[in-house]
Design a protein around this ligand. Structure first.
Ligand SMILES: *Cc1c(COP(=O)(O)O)cnc(C)c1O
Length: 400
């Protein structure tokens, strides 16, 4: 298959995740994209060098602004998200900070949903404000809340859906519509879903960011991030945010590993979703469990919205036990197969306690205001046999 966009546009998701943006015949027939390990690139002449810098000649210059292995990944991610262009970064936080630094200046406002990944929250709440940016947190799961506070100074509207860690969902199409009359960039962190389950750009968002450390890489062996948006915005984030502000360029080896991970993204996500659905049902039925937060459950207040904007419900579950935090800690310590660890989207099933781990960047009263309870436990359902995951979790719950 060639990388002709026309032909690929008709291919299915898995086919594009395996083939798009790479033509083996351009690289001696090598079926796997080659790994380019070079920091710099020789120019054909001094004139060629200045032309490349001026953007008037094609060609790589220096790794921080581009690398052939990384370019293949960027094209593929853009295609899968339904965006014009992509940018791969050395971490999810590298992607998020590059976008923020590029789009904001002192005096601007950011409006974000109240539940965010811990370090994203801290960036907004504790650090961006030092540079004269005003940040407001609202409950974006009620879109009217945004209508009330939207104004011309708002340069970024930001959310995760489902939100890490409490699984609140935000109506991407409704938020896009409210943003449309303003000169603002609506950014969605699509880490939990990947483009296989949800494509925010097709629902009206302007930019998607990812922690590729999670499902996109999928094997817990690297740290990476991505941004997908219009070509114009990606050029800005690359040449300002990455090149001159945070330098968070991905290594070509990590790009190579993500290209490898993408080949099984669909297979892995199908399995994550199937096992998470089974586990959500098993947990909901259990006496020791107070509440399960999973958009695939009919009892979820977000079930209808999930059916509207996601193709399946994902591999992440949050729950509260009847015994609160103490029961949660005891539960985590009883697990044998399931590992207590942060991160998510790996082959291994992982369990963690947001209030003391990923979301400890929130002050206790901030957690309360932002809806992250002390008793909340987060599970990233892995790829092991479901029977084994079920047996381990039920056995730990039976000790409570
Ligand atoms: C992990 C995570 C991030 C940060 O990504 P890193 O790759 O760890 O820098 C951002 N957003 C979400 C939703 C995450 O889960």
């Amino acid at each position: 298959m060639t990388s002709s966009p026309k032909r690929n546009a008709k291919s299915g998701f898995a086919t594009r995740a395996i083939h798009f943006g790479y033509n083996a015949q351009d690289y001696h027939g090598a079926l796997n994209p080659p790994l380019f390990l070079t920091s710099t690139y020789g120019f054909e002449s001094s004139m060629d060098g200045s032309d490349r810098f001026a953007g008037e000649a094609q060609g790589y210059i220096y790794h921080r602004v581009g690398n052939p292995t990384v370019s293949i990944l960027e094209k593929r991610l853009a295609e899968l998200e339904g965006g014009e262009a992509g940018l791969a970064t050395s971490s999810g936080m590298g992607a998020i900070t590059a976008a923020f630094w590029t789009l904001l200046k002192s005096g601007d406002e950011v409006i974000a949903d109240k539940t965010l990944y811990g370090c994203t929250f801290s960036l907004l709440q504790h650090h961006l404000v030092k540079f004269g940016v005003t940040v407001k947190f609202i409950d974006m799961s009620t879109p009217d809340e945004l209508t009330k506070v939207m104004n011309d100074k708002v340069k970024i509207v930001y959310c995760e859906t489902p939100a890490n860690p409490n699984m609140r969902l935000i109506d991407i199409a409704a938020i896009s519509e409210i943003c449309a009359p303003f000169e603002t960039t609506f950014i969605v962190d699509n880490t939990y879903c990947t483009p296989y389950l949800q494509r925010p750009l097709e629902l009206g968002a302007d930019m998607v960011v990812h922690s590729a450390t999670k499902y996109l890489g999928g094997h817990g062996d690297l740290l990476a991030g991505a941004v997908v948006a219009s070509q114009e915005m990606i050029d800005q984030v690359r040449y300002v945010g990455i090149k001159e502000m945070n330098g968070a360029m991905i290594s070509s080896f990590d790009a190579f590993l993500i290209l490898r991970g993408l080949k099984t993204l669909q297979l892995r996500m199908d399995r994550h979703c199937q096992s998470a659905m089974s586990l959500a049902h098993d947990l909901e039925r259990h006496d020791a469990v107070e509440r399960v937060y999973y958009p695939g459950l009919a009892s979820s207040p977000f079930h209808r919205l999930a059916n509207k904007q996601m193709s399946q419900f994902g591999g992440m579950i949050a729950l509260e036990l009847k015994g609160g935090l103490d029961a949660g800690r005891a539960f985590m310590d009883e697990l044998e197969l399931v590992t207590s660890a942060v991160s998510l989207g790996d082959a291994e099933t992982l369990v963690q306690h947001p209030a003391s781990m990923t979301h400890s960047t929130y002050e206790p009263e901030e957690r309360e205001r932002h809806g992250i309870t002390d008793g909340l436990i987060r599970i990233s359902v892995g790829l092991e046999d479901y029977d084994d995951i079920q047996a381990d979790i039920l056995s730990a719950l039976s000790t409570l």
